[in-house]
Design a protein around this ligand. Structure first.
Ligand code: FE
Ligand code: FE
Ligand code: ZN
Length: 275
């Protein structure tokens, strides 16, 4: 069973996303918990959430992979802005408890000149505060391309956050475009990259995938997504991923430059590529 899906708009609620997912052949999906470029969030509708939970179960969906807002920078320089970001994280996790058993993924943050260590320190503090024991949602850190002062471009940085928090449930969402742009050669040596991930973080932490091709060459530290098979990763990389014994079981989320018909085609392609 391959769990494949894409980012969907949550403007019409959770049940509407389930219906849209079904219409494009998806059996998982991602959504922004709030305006991805702002911080506004609609109040949750418990009835809509309950209906969605039931429909997800009924249709055999894999775990959903919600995404925190891009603007939520837990390690920004200014203390009050950091506190605001941390409060957004807390609120997101509270909201996710209406969709229990799913994932919440976010970009660790950008240290904006304070240095990697100081940045990791801020992120750890925010997570320690937000992660109340018993939350029915698993928090994932996304692998980043290492653009600008982004934290999470190296597996070691994610590991330092996980160790700092000391929470055994933190996981990782691996973005194929980001790791390639960040200098992990999944095109020519997928198994080598996974061995490195296992050595540094542990493959038991790997919970979800973002499947994107890249507009830019290896190690470019750029982060521009391309349609599957039309960038520097190429279709064979995705064929290797969907047939990999570890990776093939994880929810796969497309963040390619598509509208719904394009996503439907790429979800079908992923299923076709599976032997
Ligand atoms: Fe992301
Ligand atoms: Fe991503
Ligand atoms: Zn990206």
């Amino acid at each position: 069973m391959l769990y494949a899906g894409c980012h969907l708009s949550n403007s019409a609620g959770n049940m509407a996303m389930v219906e849209t997912a079904l219409s494009i052949g998806a059996n998982t999906f991602a959504f922004f918990t709030r305006n991805p470029r702002g911080s506004k969030a609609k109040p949750e509708d418990p009835q809509d959430c309950a209906r969605a939970v039931e429909a997800l179960r009924e249709h055999g969906f894999g775990p959903l992979v919600a995404h925190g807002a891009y603007t939520m920078n837990l390690c920004t320089a200014e203390a009050s802005a950091r506190e605001f970001a941390a409060s957004v994280l807390c609120d997101d996790l509270r909201r996710m408890s209406y969709l229990p058993g799913n994932y919440y993924n976010f970009h660790p943050g950008s240290h904006v000149g304070q240095g990697v260590e100081a940045g990791i320190d801020h992120i750890v503090k925010a997570l320690k505060k937000a992660l109340e024991p018993g939350y029915p949602v698993t928090v994932l850190l996304e692998t980043m391309a290492g653009k600008g002062s982004e934290i999470g471009g190296r597996f070691e940085e994610l590991k330092a956050i996980i160790d700092g928090v000391g929470d055994s449930t933190l996981g990782v969402c691996l973005d194929s475009c980001h790791v390639h742009d960040g200098g992990y050669d999944i095109v020519n040596d997928l198994d080598g990259v996974l061995a490195e991930f296992d050595r540094v973080i542990g493959l038991n932490r790997l919970k979800a995938l973002h499947l994107n091709d890249s507009k830019n060459p290896y190690e470019s530290h750029k982060d521009r997504h391309e349609l599957l098979g039309q960038g520097h990763l190429g279709e064979n990389t995705f064929k290797a991923i969907v047939n990999h014994p570890v990776l093939s079981k994880l929810p796969m989320i497309l963040e390619t430059p598509n509208e719904l018909p394009g996503y439907a085609r790429e979800i079908a392609l992923l299923r076709q590529l599976q032997d």
